[in-house]
Design a protein around this ligand. Structure first.
Ligand SMILES: *Cc1c(COP(=O)(O)O)cnc(C)c1O
Length: 459
C-alpha cells in the first residue's frame, strides 16, 4: 500500500478511536487503560483466521474472538444462510410458535449429542444457558417432591459467565470478589486441574483424588444438592487448566449416587475444541444438562442451547402452570441464530472438520514443543485445538511472577504490534485459533509467541 493511503488510514483509525472512547464502554476492560496502556484496535473486516484493521494492518485471530469463531471470519456459507433466513423470517415469538430452523437445529443437536439428551431449550447467550440449567435443575427436583435440593456444587477455578447466578458458580476472584455479597453460595469442590497435581502424581491420579474430595462434599450434604456444574476437560477462563477425563466419569457416578444432576458447561469447549464434537464424549459421559453457546453459531450470532433429558422434561408436565418452566428470553429460538448454527453443523460434515483438526492440533503441538525448554515456561499443555503456555518466575518450581508485573499484558502488546491477537489470561498464553488456520499462519503464530515470551519474561 502506498504511503498516502497508509497515512490516510492511520488518521481514520485514530479518529475512530477517539470517537469510540468518547461513547463506548468495552467489556472486561479497565477503560482507564485506554488509550495509554492498551491500544484500541478498530476492525474493518474479517476473513478466515484474520482480522483487518481500519488502518490496513492485519491481525491473526489466535483467540477466535473470545472462543466464538470456528471456521474463520465471515465464513461465506454461514453468512449466506443467515442472509437467506433474514429474507424469510427474522424472528417470531417462540412461545406457542415454531419455525423450520428451530426445529431442524434441535433435531440436529440431539442427533450428535451424548446419548440420553432428548430436549432442547434455547437461550441467547452462554450465561443465560447456565441460568436456565440451574433453574431447571432446582425446579425439576422441587416438582418431584424434593424442594430441599437448594445447593449447587461448583469447581474451584471454574467459570460459568457473568450474570448473577452464573457468576455465583464461578471461582475466579477477579470477577467474583466484588460481587460476592450478592451471589449464591455454591459448595466449591477442588479443581481436578492436572497442573496442581502433587509432584510425581499422574493427571489421572490427581483427578481421582479430587473426585474423592467431591464425593465427601456430597456426603456432608445429603439430599441438599441440586446439581454439580463443571467445564468438562478444560477450565478455559481459569487459565486453560486441563484435567483427566477420569474425573468426569467419577463425577457422573457420584451425582447418580446422590440423586443430583450433572451440568456440563461446554459453552467454550463444545463444537470440536477439545478434539471431539463435545468434550463429554472423551469420558463416555452423558450429563443431565449440556450448555452450549459460543461456537454454536460458528461465531456469528449470540445464541445458546441447553440440552436435557426426558426425566427432567417430564418433571415439568402437569396441569399446573407453576410446575411449568416459565423462563423465557425475548429472542428465544431466534431463526437467524438457528440458521447460522445449522450451517455451522453442516460444515463439520462437509469439510470433515474434526479429522482436519487432528492434523492441525498435531502441528500446534510440534510448534509449541520447543517453548517448554524456556526457563520461564512452567507448562505447555494441550487438549485438541486449545494449547496453553504458562509463564512463571521459575518455570521448574512453578513459582508465579508477581501479578503486578503484568507479564501477560507485555506479551499481548508485543504480539498485537506484530499482527497477532494473543490475549493471555494472566501469565498464561494460549492458542485457540479458528479451525481454518493454516501452516503458514501457525508458523507466524509460533514465531510471534516465542518472541512475546522473550519480551514478557525479561527482567
Ligand atoms: C464464555 C463462557 C460462559 C458465558 O458465556 P457468555 O455468552 O459470555 O455469557 C459460560 N461458561 C463458560 C465455560 C464460558 O467459557
Amino acid at each position: 500500500m502506498d504511503t498516502n493511503t497508509d497515512t490516510a488510514r492511520q488518521a481514520e483509525a485514530a479518529a475512530w478511536r477517539e470517537r469510540d472512547l468518547a461513547v463506548v464502554w468495552h467489556p472486561c476492560t479497565q477503560m482507564k487503560e485506554h488509550p495509554g496502556t492498551l491500544p484500541l484496535v478498530p476492525i474493518r473486516r474479517g476473513r478466515g483466521a484474520w482480522l483487518e484493521g481500519v488502518d490496513g494492518v492485519r491481525y491473526l485471530d489466535a483467540v477466535s474472538s473470545w472462543w466464538t469463531n470456528l471456521f474463520g471470519h465471515a465464513e461465506p456459507r454461514i453468512a449466506e444462510a443467515i442472509a437467506a433466513q433474514a429474507r424469510e423470517l427474522e424472528h417470531v415469538i417462540y412461545a406457542g410458535f415454531s419455525h423450520a430452523p428451530g426445529l431442524a437445529l434441535a433435531e440436529a443437536l440431539l442427533a450428535q449429542a451424548p446419548p440420553g439428551l432428548s430436549r432442547v431449550f434455547y437461550g441467547d447467550n452462554g450465561s443465560a444457558a447456565v441460568e436456565i440449567a440451574l433453574k431447571m435443575s432446582f425446579h425439576s427436583h422441587a416438582n418431584r417432591g424434593e424442594p430441599g435440593r437448594t445447593r449447587f456444587i461448583a469447581l474451584g477455578n471454574g467459570y460459568h459467565g457473568e450474570t448473577i447466578g452464573a457468576l455465583s458458580m464461578g471461582d475466579i476472584p477477579l470477577y467474583r470478589r466484588v460481587y460476592a455479597p450478592l451471589l449464591l453460595e455454591p459448595l466449591f469442590a477442588p479443581s481436578p486441574d492436572a497442573y496442581e497435581a502433587e509432584p510425581g502424581e499422574s493427571a489421572e491420579a490427581c483427578a481421582l483424588r479430587r473426585a474423592d474430595e467431591l464425593a465427601a462434599i456430597f456426603e456432608a450434604h445429603p439430599g441438599q444438592v441440586s446439581a454439580l456444574i463443571l467445564e468438562p476437560l478444560v477450565q478455559c477462563a481459569g487459565g486453560m487448566r486441563m484435567h483427566h477425563p477420569a474425573y468426569l466419569r467419577r463425577a457422573r457416578e457420584i451425582c447418580d449416587a446422590h440423586g443430583a444432576h450433572l451440568i456440563a458447561d461446554e459453552i467454550a469447549v463444545g463444537f470440536g475444541r477439545t478434539g471431539t464434537l463435545f468434550a463429554c464424549e472423551q469420558a463416555g459421559v452423558s450429563p443431565d444438562f449440556l450448555c452450549l453457546s459460543k461456537g454454536l453459531t460458528g461465531g456469528f450470532l449470540p445464541m445458546s442451547a441447553v440440552l436435557t433429558t426426558a426425566a427432567v422434561y417430564e418433571a415439568f408436565l402437569d396441569d399446573s402452570r407453576e410446575r411449568a418452566f416459565l423462563h423465557s428470553h425475548s429472542y428465544t429460538g431466534n431463526p437467524l441464530g438457528c440458521a447460522a448454527a445449522l450451517a455451522s453443523l453442516a460444515i463439520f460434515d462437509s469439510d470433515d472438520v474434526l479429522a482436519r483438526n487432528r492434523g492441525t492440533a498435531a502441528r500446534m503441538a510440534a510448534l509449541a514443543a520447543p517453548l517448554a525448554a524456556h526457563p520461564n515456561v512452567a507448562d505447555v499443555r494441550q487438549t485438541g485445538m486449545i494449547l496453553a503456555i504458562e509463564l512463571a518466575a521459575d518455570g521448574r518450581g512453578k513459582t508465579p511472577f508477581p501479578a503486578a508485573d503484568r507479564r501477560g499484558l507485555r506479551a499481548y502488546r508485543h504480539a498485537i504490534e506484530r499482527g497477532v491477537v494473543l490475549r493471555p489470561l494472566g501469565d498464561i498464553l494460549y492458542w485457540m485459533p479458528p479451525y481454518c488456520v493454516g501452516e503458514e499462519e501457525l508458523m507466524h503464530l509460533a514465531a510471534v509467541t516465542t518472541s512475546a515470551i522473550e519480551e514478557a519474561t525479561r527482567a
